[in-house]
Write a protein that binds this ligand. Structure first.
Ligand code: CAA
Length: 391
């Protein structure tokens, strides 16, 4: 094995749901002053999947352009991280594997640890590529964030999937080996198997996230990581975009660094542009932040990016990545902007109907209404089996 092999993210692409609910529309019905949404939590709208969309259709839509660009010959592993799975046994990635016609000689597995799962997938992928640099791993992180109607969490919903091709000599980001880790047994956010919406202790979840930021940085430093001043931007898990600012301030304050508002904005502003209109995408959120940074910066070549991944429960990780020369040629900026702008705005009534919808549980043959204009759809259910098709 060549110890000089650099490994990282070779390509990155995201997809989201068909519909979008503006926070102005939500505010008109909740009576909440819009400043709380726009400024207080930093959200302007949220993606709402159509009745015939789910994590599989979004994941396949995110991964399809990657497979189209690079082919699938070197992909021997598909890792799909999600905390909104569709089955207790079968990995959702197998449906994606099928929709994308990936080769049979592939291992496919699902990972879960709340919003941290995508980072576990990325780290495991780096290890697989280290063992055999001729192989690539398709890492997918995708979720539909749902809280109870009329609850405080409702304004922090959203949906998206990110697909990343991980391999040797990456075209986008080289991931640095040191990682800072933190695990603590907390009940800040969870979803028992019998519930379709998440339970959350809002303020406790923010405190647990901040505690985890301190923990990962301490461990990162002890693992021989770089100094804070070497990083030019930071991608945080963004359950709502204001959380990135809270976490960043906390990181600097607790490590004795000064940080004025302009510096903070410079390090974060470009990472929040997509999240503030897509909403929380749980496992995908930090990688949507990375897409946002790449798509909204003029040139990041050779710059060091910090990644702060947090998953309630909780597990967190800090690591760094360096943007490689030539990355600009591989960006998907136009496609990403089109994916955000093509969403159809819906009113509050339609949103509530979609939210209250659940799939039939009787094992019968049920077709779903055709709503999505995306490349893949959930056509229905038959004999307790999901039926997917290419649109
Ligand atoms: N104009 C401007 N700002 C306003 C305002 C107005 N008119 N009205 C209120 N605000 C501000 C408040 O001052 C507050 O700001 P600070 O946080 O800076 O103090 C902010 O808006 C939010 O107000 P509240 O704290 O009163 O809001 P809330 O009680 O309704 O709950 C929430 C907010 C806790 C984020 C809630 O939406 C929630 O529970 N969301 C889900 C949980 C979550 O996202 N947790 C994050 C950490 S856990 C995690 O990261 C994993 C994950 O993905 C879930």
């Amino acid at each position: 094995m060549n110890t000089n092999t650099t490994i990282g993210i070779h390509d990155l692409s995201f997809a989201t749901g068909e519909f979008v609910l503006p926070h102005t529309e939500l505010a008109a019905h909740t009576g909440v002053e819009i400043g709380k949404y726009h400024v207080g939590i930093g959200q302007r709208s949220m993606s709402i999947p159509a009745a015939d969309e789910d994590i599989v259709t979004m994941a396949a839509a995110a991964a399809a352009p990657i497979v189209e660009r690079w082919g699938a010959d070197r992909i021997r592993t598909v890792v799909f991280a999600t905390e909104t799975p569709i089955d207790q046994s079968k990995a959702a990635g197998i449906y994606v594997h099928s929709l994308l016609n990936l080769q049979p000689s592939t291992r496919v597995v699902e990972l879960k640890q709340a919003c941290y799962g995508g980072t576990a997938g990325l780290q495991f992928a780096l290890g697989l590529v280290q063992r055999d640099p001729s192989q690539q791993v398709l890492v997918i992180a995708g979720d539909v964030s749902r809280y109870e109607l009329d609850s405080p969490g409702e304004a922090t919903q959203g949906a998206a999937a990110v697909a990343m091709l991980v391999g040797a000599d990456p075209a986008l980001i080289r991931i640095d080996p040191p990682s800072g880790l933190h695990t603590a047994d907390v009940m800040d956010f969870w979803r028992p198997n019998y519930l379709s919406t998440a339970l959350v202790n809002g303020q406790e979840s923010i405190a647990a996230y901040l505690q985890a930021v301190e923990g990962v940085w301490k461990d990162y430093t002890e693992q021989g990581g770089r100094t804070l001043s070497e990083f030019s931007a930071f991608c945080y898990h963004q359950p709502f975009t204001k959380m990135a600012y809270k976490a960043h301030r906390h990181l600097f304050n607790t490590t004795g660094h000064d940080l004025d508002e302009d510096q903070m904005s410079e390090m974060l502003r470009r990472t929040t542009a997509y999240n503030e209109v897509l909403g929380n995408s749980y496992t995908a959120s930090m990688y949507v932040a990375l897409a946002s940074l790449l798509d909204h910066s003029s040139d990041l070549t050779d710059q060091l990016i910090g990644f702060v991944s947090y998953g309630s429960g909780c597990v967190a990780e800090f690591f760094g990545g360096i943007v490689v020369p030539g990355y600009l040629e591989h960006l998907r900026t136009d496609a990403h902007r089109a994916i955000v702008h093509r969403r159809q705005p819906i009113g509050h009534g339609t949103y509530r109907e979609l939210h209250e919808r659940s799939l039939p549980q009787d094992g019968g043959h049920h077709l779903t209404p055709k709503q999505t204009t995306g490349p893949f759809r959930l056509a229905g259910l038959s004999g307790h089996k999901r039926l997917y098709e290419t649109s």
